[in-house]
Write a protein that binds this ligand. Sequence first.
Ligand SMILES: [Zn+2]
Length: 253
Amino acid sequence: MLGGDGAFPSPGGACSGYLVEHDGFRLLIDPGYATFPALVKRVRADQVDAVLVSHGHPDHCADLNPLLRARTLRARPVPPLPVYALADALGPVLGLDRVGMLDRAIVRHEIDPGNHLAIGPFHVATASLPHFLPNVGVRLRAGGETLAYTGDSGPSPNVTPLAEGVDLFLAEATYIDDEAEESQAASLSSAFQRGEVARRAGARRLLLTHIWPGTDRDELEHAARREFSGVVGTVEPGMVVDLTPRTTGHEPF
Ligand SMILES: [Zn+2]
């Protein structure tokens, strides 16, 4: 977990960014603000094999720019990086540099929500989820383990099928309970709502992310636990989550 701050990074923190590894393949989901420094503490920029972007808000994709710069502004540029995103999601971030500068650093793959993708060892199911901008939720499967990620989204019947029986439900929780203003409530979710989905879907663990800087994490987790009796946590930068089911002992985060 590179970061889990919503909207803007907290001191020393980072916005959405999740490095998912299987069989040596590294898929970076959502290179949000300040995730690049967190990423290169763990791996080199040229060790990322693919990127998937849920939507075009900068707290989910701004650090694609330094990642592409680091891969191309060097004596021997590395092969172009496959980047999976919805149509038009990457226009603003790719427009930060002069026209053509990053062309050879990236191979763009357009996500058509509802379709399935194969990214390295990952089988990826996709679904459109409601947000201020088009947003795609994903369900990843590799080696028998599963992970669902919402991006940012309001409540939707499409969320539960993504999270059905997953080992890890990584879910945006901007709010604790029902404090969202009406204008926001259709596009963002609360920890309580995510707990409800995790229970209905039979998820094994629920990890809350996109946490508004300053929000009390205990309150977020408590709200989710009112509905969900499985393991609940909140994303911390540097956190590593092993998706392999434990056969003995308590499952930690
Ligand atoms: Zn957003």
